[in-house]
Design a protein around this ligand. Structure first.
Ligand code: SF4
Ligand code: SF4
Length: 97
């Protein structure tokens, strides 16, 4: 399986988030301008890092340590399965409406 195939396209990382000491707050009303709410997909996927400077590639290192990735993220799960997740565990709080 290719690294990019791990992503389940849940879209959570394409929304605004705030990392707090004990929780990760994700605002489902505030998505990246390139996120298509109908399909749940990125409209500039192949060129996303040029089109959107804030878009960060999920590398193995980020999967291991990035505190802004939701606990349900498939890359976080990958890191946990390999005992390689070092970021503090945070509850995910979804804000919507
Ligand atoms: S540019 Fe990045 S953050 Fe924006 S919708 Fe595409 S994948 Fe998500
Ligand atoms: S949170 Fe993880 S699984 Fe979901 S879209 Fe982002 S990278 Fe993919």
């Amino acid at each position: 399986m290719k690294w990019e195939d791990i992503c389940t396209r849940c879209g959570l990382c394409c929304h605004e988030k705030v990392v707090l000491p004990d929780c990760l707050l994700i605002d489902m009303d505030a998505a990246c301008s390139f996120y298509d709410r109908e399909t749940g997909l990125c409209t500039v996927y192949e060129d996303r890092f040029n089109a959107c400077p804030r878009c960060l590639k999920v590398t193995p290192l980020r999967a291991m340590a990035a505190d802004y990735l939701p606990p349900s993220c498939a890359y976080v799960r990958w890191a946990e399965r390999h005992h390689l997740r070092f970021a503090r565990k945070r509850e995910m709080v979804i804000k919507s409406g």
